[in-house]
Design a protein around this ligand. Structure first.
Ligand code: 1CP
Length: 344
């Protein structure tokens, strides 16, 4: 198989220009997404339909000259496999049966490989169909973020029930985290063996972790997942995304063992270049909101500034969080052109 420029960058090989892809690139800012989605009864069925996963993963490649495809799925497919009755309601978002700390039994015998077979099949097809120059990315949520949704039963502005569980039922909470570590490693292993070239772990709510627990809940579980994967002979690069973790990003970059750290749009890149572990790759961090208005001059200067600041580092251009439905295809194309033309 020929290599793609993202894996080349990780291997330390030469590559012609800065790699670029976008978080949530397959979603709601592309018109055809809605017709693909409408062919499934609901969002869970969408995520369990091999043909629809393949189609939606390929969709952004029809529009954009990007270096990666991220497989279409959702981080909440692990809670779904754990029988939490996960539902996605239009305009409201995801919900599930909340776990009652110390009461709800934590199921330990879920076979993720079996539950997520359609995802495995989709990755196998995608790796055959996609050009070898496109890096295929598999992903999972991080233990803390999955625990947040599972205890709260839905999204929340502060995940206070999860934080109470942490203080009040710490033993039960740790048992949940340890169980999730296994399922997450299983899901990532399955995606790697099916043909994913890079894996990404989303910790979207890491900024809710009380500071004293940050190492224990945001760093150590990632390290454990990576060591499980390495012991299972999965040696592909791993991107960690500890969302809005501020100064804790430094510790995460040195101690979690990720190969790349994804930076959110609040991170000062000059600070990151000075402080983040220079032996790992950085990814980020254009504000996705900058892709909404028609202000191409401001966008041009922002993208150039990101490229200038990071030019001495191994760097993958991306947004600092997912593209939203309002993002304009023309703006995304404009950014790709600027990045592809940039010579450091
Ligand atoms: O293009 C892609 O990246 C598609 C694959 C993908 C990924 C990587 C989807 C499809 N979801 C995710 C990850 C994901 N899901 C995260 C981590 C990244 C992040 O922080 O955004 C999170 C927190 C979720 C949970 C989730 N799923 C939410 C957010 C809920 C909240 O707390 O506000 C939502 C709205 C979903 C549904 C969902 N998942 C994916 C899409 C395209 C959608 C929208 C569904 C629709 O309306 O069609």
């Amino acid at each position: 198989m020929h290599s793609n420029i993202i894996n080349d960058l990780f291997k330390g090989k030469d590559y012609p220009n800065i790699p670029i892809w976008f978080l949530r690139q397959a979603g709601r800012h592309i018109p055809e997404y809605y017709s693909i989605r409408s062919r499934a009864k609901n969002f869970i069925d969408f995520c369990l339909n091999t043909e629809l996963i393949v189609e939606s993963t390929k969709l952004p490649l029809k529009y954009y000259n990007i270096d990666a495809a991220i497989v279409f799925s959702d981080i909440l497919m692990i809670p779904w496999a754990m029988n939490r009755n996960v539902k996605f309601t239009k305009y409201i978002g995801p919900s599930m049966d909340p776990m009652i700390p110390n009461e709800t039994k934590i199921i330990k015998n879920i076979n993720i490989f079996q539950s997520l077979k359609p995802l495995e099949n989709a990755i196998k097809i995608l790796r055959k169909d996609l050009s070898p120059s496109v890096c295929l990315i598999g992903f999972s949520g991080a233990p803390w973020t999955l625990a947040c949704y599972m205890i709260e039963g839905k999204s929340s502005k502060d995940f206070v029930n999860t934080r109470i569980a942490l203080w009040n039922h710490n033993k039960w909470f740790q048992e949940l985290i340890q169980t999730l570590i296994i399922y997450i490693a299983d899901k990532l292993e399955m995606q790697a063996n099916a043909g994913a070239n890079v894996l990404m772990i989303f910790d979207s709510w890491s900024h809710m972790i009380p500071n004293n627990f940050y190492k224990q809940l945001a760093i150590d579980p990632i390290k454990e997942i990576i060591s499980l994967l390495r012991s299972r002979k999965i040696n592909i690069p791993i991107i960690g995304f500890p969302f809005k973790s501020g100064s804790s990003l430094i510790k995460y970059s040195y101690e979690s063992n990720v190969d790349c750290i994804a930076l959110d749009w609040t991170v000062d890149l000059n600070w990151a270049v000075k402080n983040i572990n220079s032996s790992i790759v950085m990814q980020g961090n254009l504000d996705p909101a900058s892709l909404i208005p028609n202000n191409s001059n401001l966008l041009l200067s922002e993208v150039k500034s990101i490229l200038e600041i990071t030019k001495k580092r191994k760097f993958i251009f991306n947004v600092g969080h997912g593209l939203t439905p309002e993002c304009k295809i023309e703006n995304v194309k404009h950014v790709i052109n600027i990045v592809k033309e940039f010579k450091s």
